[in-house]
Write a protein that binds this ligand. Structure first.
Ligand code: NCD
Ligand code: ZN
Length: 475
């Protein structure tokens, strides 16, 4: 190694992987990890950095954010959203397609890629919208570079139409042949619509009415149906924002049958419950809803035993005015989260709820694996991108909405004490956040990761029964 000069060597940190924590130095060159080992074994470097007392984690990969750009600049844009990510130790985000216009054509996708590339501080992937109107666009969207697809089984913010079961089956048939994963908003639309209509007619409009329109069965029915269709077609699916204990049964059963189904939950389903409704009504409104506390323990267990693969955030920024309307049916659902996920989860690490290695597994390693980015992303080992969250596990902090980077200064986390905070974030070897400050000149450093994605070969089933086989593809 004597001839090689690294760009940066970070000394004295504790480097965390899903199965180890080792005190070592890490050398970085050309944006990638060059070597990990004893300080004396490191090459010389242009710059060195002392991480004494700190942990080095592979940067979190948040596969569920809404950065609202283009379409809703008053809520968020790629610059503010990725600044929030950088402060949260998140080095890669996947952005949802419910922007304006929805990301359902190659032109709209290309425009969003250009916007994101010009403003992002961290790396990103873009979802393509999969629904009745976009089935025929799948090849174009793949060519344009989507990380995967998003299918809204139930209606939510942005009023994207939900495909019926027939259309969903056809969507899965088409997606299966591509090998790309389909993320699902798994809530049954018919049940919610009917109940909401009746609740509105009965004059119910508080936070509890929102939950009453979306009882647990809304989610468990959708997950079960999606698992059935995925098993039939061979489609790879990812169940977003698991909020109930009941969803775990169809998820576990489908996994046991060999269905390529993965699951995600978010900090609000682990740490908030209906006990918080009267404290922050409207603010806490999110789809699916934060539910009764009894769900929390079982969701934690599923995260630790591997039934749920990923912790993400559903970062869904809105303004205070949009979150505090008196009539719940007019409140915009969701709240920011990309910046607070890591401190909240590190607080749980400090409390002994999970280990720091468990956390790396669900925040970085698993998302990288299931989205075909491993080992370029989701790991700190030679050849990996040097995407690093450097965290101080002993730092106390209080989350304040007014201080977060997101344009949305309203969340149910305001005032919450945390212990464990990202203090520096690197994306491909470059500091984008240092000492809790955004690093100047890093706007536009983020890149789309679709180019390095390598999903396993597709595993199509029942192709002879597909819509394409029986009548040809919809035009
Ligand atoms: C999301 C949003 O605001 O875009 N809102 C939410 O309540 N989760 C939409 C979504 O992901 O369901
Ligand atoms: Zn959703």
């Amino acid at each position: 190694m004597t001839d090689i000069i690294a760009d940066l060597v970070i000394h004295n940190g504790k480097i965390v992987s899903p199965d180890s924590v080792i005190e070592a130095s890490i050398a970085i060159k050309d944006g990638q990890v060059l070597a990990i080992g004893a300080a004396s074994a490191m090459p010389s470097a242009t710059e060195t950095f002392d991480a004494s007392g700190l942990h080095l984690l592979p940067g979190a990969i948040d596969d569920h954010v809404h950065f609202r750009d283009p379409g809703y600049p008053h809520k968020e844009d790629w610059e503010s959203g990725t600044a929030a990510a950088a402060f949260g130790g998140v080095t890669c985000v996947f952005d949802m397609p419910n922007t304006i216009p929805p990301t359902g054509t190659k032109e709209v996708l290309a425009a969003k890629h250009a916007i994101a590339a010009s403003k992002a501080h961290v790396d990103f992937g873009l979802y393509g919208l999969l629904g009745d109107d976009t089935i025929a666009h799948v090849p174009d969207l793949i060519e344009g570079g989507v990380i995967g697809f998003k299918l809204y089984m139930g209606n939510t913010f942005g009023k994207i139409p939900s495909p019926d079961t027939g259309a969903t089956l056809e969507c899965f048939e088409v997606a299966a042949a591509t090998g790309k994963r389909v993320s699902l908003h798994a809530e049954n639309n018919d049940i919610m619509e009917r109940r909401q209509k009746r609740l509105m007619a009965a004059g119910k409009k508080d936070q509890w009415a929102h939950l009453a329109a979306r009882p647990n069965v809304v989610a468990v029915e959708a997950v079960s149906r999606a698992a059935t269709l995925a098993e039939w077609t061979g489609a790879r699916i990812h169940v977003l924002h698991i909020s109930t204990a009941e969803e775990l049964r169809p998820l576990r059963e489908a996994k046991a049958r060999g269905v390529d189904i993965t699951g995600e939950t978010c900090p609000h389903y682990l740490m908030l419950s209906t006990d918080d409704y009267d404290r922050v009504p409207g603010v806490i409104a999110v789809n699916p809803p934060v539910r009764e506390a009894v769900n929390q323990e079982l969701i934690w267990q599923a995260l630790l035993d591997g039934a749920i693969d990923v912790i993400a955030t559903d970062h869904a920024p809105h303004t205070p005015e949009e979150k505090t309307r008196k009539d719940i049916w007019t409140v915009d659902c969701g709240f920011p989260g990309v910046e607070t996920q890591m401190p909240l989860m590190l607080t749980a690490v400090n409390a002994g709820r999970l280990s720091i290695s468990d956390y790396v597994r669900i925040s970085a390693y698993n998302p990288a694996r299931i989205w075909g980015l491993y080992p370029r992303k989701g790991a700190l080992q030679p050849g990996s991108d040097a995407d690093i969250a450097i965290v101080d596990l002993s730092r106390d902090h209080i989350i304040r909405d007014a201080e977060i980077q997101s344009r949305s200064k309203i969340s149910p986390w305001d005032g919450r004490p945390v212990k464990g905070v990202p203090v520096h974030t690197l994306v491909r070897g470059r500091f984008v956040m240092k000492d809790r400050k955004l690093v100047a000149g890093t706007k536009g450093w983020g890149q789309s990761v679709h180019a390095i994605q390598a999903m396993p070969e597709p595993t199509v089933r029942n192709a002879e029964h597909s819509m394409q086989a029986i009548v040809g593809r919809q035009s």
